[in-house]
Design a protein. Structure first.
Length: 434
């Protein structure tokens, strides 16, 4: 009986093991990887789509479905995405969805670059004329270059080249039905499931080889960018970057004007690091970066030459020029004028006010004489061995002791004053009249 029971348990275990193996084989079907372009296209969003292509290739996915709803974005990011779609080793399906969505500007060229292009009802595509984000007009050279690029994409994918060029040169935009009639897209589908069902068995050209799409029953896996990348996608904005640079510089000016506190320095470094991250992703120019460094140097110099305002005025001019020349024209990026001028004005006023404060502090006579200082008790704020700082009668003093070490929070009694430094000794408790 024990042998029969052992055989029965062994057989049951083998059947249980065989069950998951069959399920794994079924779930091992080639999946459809889904990525979304939702909102303006930034370098972070472009990286997300390029990584989606790489993941689909690595997993040998049945297809990569990219759902698009965007007003456009950076030309440089658009070219990065289009290049990855054109050279993808898996079928790329671009789909303007849901109903009411749009593929405008850079988004329209991304849709055209897919092996299969589709749209949901009541969606639009087009209006691909490059526009600087900060306003103004883009040069004819940039428009002609983008128009030729759009035409080349449409020609490679067998789509209407006339619309591709007109969408850039004259900003033409059309509806889903018009796009289908003019062979701009391949089909109209109400939703994702309907789209995949209609495309099942369709043949696409992949690296010169015909490939049949096998999408019926394929598992669908949606990529999520995650919270951190979503936040980074919002940070990468030329206007926000410029504001972060200005606020970071102003915070450092506050630190230089009142050293020893540390809050201004920490805040300034954090803001400048965020701005530096954004600048590392955006197409900047060396001239613009050099002007930024010059502006910061002039604002700081104003603190050491207070009262004239010449350095601060020069820093404001350099900051305005930096905003104008910071980004490459071909990227379509610029700092908006309503942001540029007020921010430069705030830095000018702030640096002059801090310079006046520094000048007044340097020339202000001491209000406390030795009789008011000797035997006074104060709390140590900052300590480094036998030296530190205390706040005494509303003024910050440097202190030194012959009985180290000093520690933050300890009480000290003033013995003498040597210049601007107080000689102190440890004190057990506050005096009764203190």
């Amino acid at each position: 009986m024990r042998r029969w029971a052992a055989c029965l348990l062994t057989g049951t275990a083998l059947l249980l093991l065989a069950g998951p193996a069959g399920a794994t084989q079924a779930s091992g079907e080639r999946a459809v990887v889904v990525a979304r372009l939702d909102g303006p296209l930034s370098p972070v969003g472009a990286t997300e789509l390029v990584e989606a292509v790489a993941e689909a290739e690595e997993r040998n996915a049945a297809a990569l479905l990219v759902e698009v709803d965007t007003p456009g974005g950076l030309v440089s990011s658009m070219r990065e995405v289009v290049e990855s779609f054109l050279n993808a080793r898996v079928p790329v399906i671009t789909y303007v969805a849901p109903s009411g969505a749009r593929a405008a500007s850079a988004g329209s060229l991304i849709v055209l670059s897919g092996h299969i292009a589709a749209m949901a009802p009541t969606t639009t595509i087009g209006a691909a004329t490059p526009q600087p984000l900060g306003g103004g007009e883009v040069s004819d050279k940039v428009v002609n270059d983008t128009a030729s690029y759009a035409e080349a994409i449409a020609q490679q994918r067998g789509r209407d080249t006339a619309f591709a060029r007109a969408s850039v040169e004259s900003g033409e935009s059309i509806t889903a039905q018009q796009a289908l009639d003019r062979r701009v897209v391949d089909l109209i589908a109400n939703d994702r499931v309907t789209l995949l069902a209609e495309l099942d068995g369709t043949t696409v050209d992949l690296d010169g080889q015909p490939v049949e799409l096998q999408l019926a029953g394929a598992p669908i896996e949606v990529r999520e960018p995650g919270f951190f990348r979503a936040v980074l996608n919002r940070v990468v904005d030329p206007n926000l970057t410029f504001i972060l640079l200005a606020l970071g510089t102003l915070a450092l000016l506050v630190e230089f004007a009142s050293p020893g506190i540390g809050a201004g320095g920490v805040t300034g470094v954090i803001l400048l690091l965020l701005a530096g991250f954004s600048l590392s992703l955006l197409p900047t120019t060396l001239v613009g970066l050099a002007l930024l460094v010059l502006a910061a140097g002039l604002f700081i110099a104003e603190l050491f030459v207070p009262g004239t305002g010449v350095m601060a005025a020069g820093g404001s001019v350099a900051l305005v020029l930096a905003g104008l020349f910071l980004f490459d024209e071909s990227s379509g990026l610029s700092v908006a004028r309503p942001v540029l001028i007020p921010v430069a004005g705030v830095l000018l006023a702030g640096s002059v006010a801090l310079a006046v404060t520094v000048r007044n502090a340097q020339h202000q006579p001491r209000r406390l004489d030795d009789d008011q200082l000797i035997d006074a008790v104060a709390e140590v704020l900052v300590a480094h061995g036998d030296q530190g700082q205390v706040m005494l009668r509303g003024e910050r003093w440097h202190v030194r002791t012959d009985e180290p070490p000093l520690e933050p929070g300890m009480l000290v009694r003033v013995l003498d004053r040597v210049g601007l430094t107080l000689l102190v000794e440890p004190e057990e408790e506050w005096p009764e009249d203190g």
